[in-house]
Design a protein around this ligand. Sequence first.
Ligand code: KIV
Ligand code: NA
Length: 272
Amino acid sequence: ATPRITPAELMARKGGTPIVCLTAYTYPIARLLDPHVDLLLVGDSVAMVLHGHKTTLGATMEMMILHGQAVMRGSSHACVVLDMPAGSYEHSSAEALASARRLIAETGCDAVKLEGGVDMEAQIAAITSAGIPVMGHIGLQPQSVEKDGGYKIKGGTDDAIAALLADAQAVERAGAFSMVIEGTMEPVAAEITRRSAIPTIGIGASAVCNGQILVIDDAIGLTVDRVPKFVKEYAVLRDIVAEAAARYGSEVRARSFPGPEHVFQPKGKAES
Ligand code: KIV
Ligand code: NA
């Protein structure tokens, strides 16, 4: 089998064919996506998407490890990145490194991702210095939405633009191999992409980025709550699932399922 795509290979693709990324949280979805993407992110969005929490603050180390293990079992080609959950890295470089080591050791994932720029430079540097690849995440940072008072698009004022450029520089300086830019005005995403030596992966940050990522449930129309403006639904699985459940329900009530072809009969008795 050919080896997985490495973080170093993705870093070297800056300026080339856009890098294709999706989130994945489970074994079957990883199996289905793996041939088609460069990178699978086990995002802390799993807390909202699969577990029904109101924000990503519901993610825990244990949750990230279980889903990371499932995605690793279901993939063999894509580079797999695991989100560091809120509370596992912000307080100190030592905490960040210990958490990153545990996530990698227990899952075998290729890299970790954490949110923050200037404020997390020391944490990113501590992890990359230990040889663990890190993906940055700047712009809209879902782990900070409660503090920020909601999901707010970034880069609308000169101060915000300066802060974003400083964050991008800090992430790169700390040794990250790439960075997610989320919920950010196109001109700023373009400026960051132009100025950074590492690939930018956009989500709600326009096509100027060096790659794109979406939450898988958003991309396949399985999201049952709010769907953000930047999402494109490439399928509408909500309707397919609801229709299948409705049809199953009517067939069970009508005793037309199970049919003869689904039933076991003792030997000697003909099936039809
Ligand atoms: O948790 C997540 O899904 C993410 C991506 C949307 C970048 O961080
Ligand atoms: Na995340």
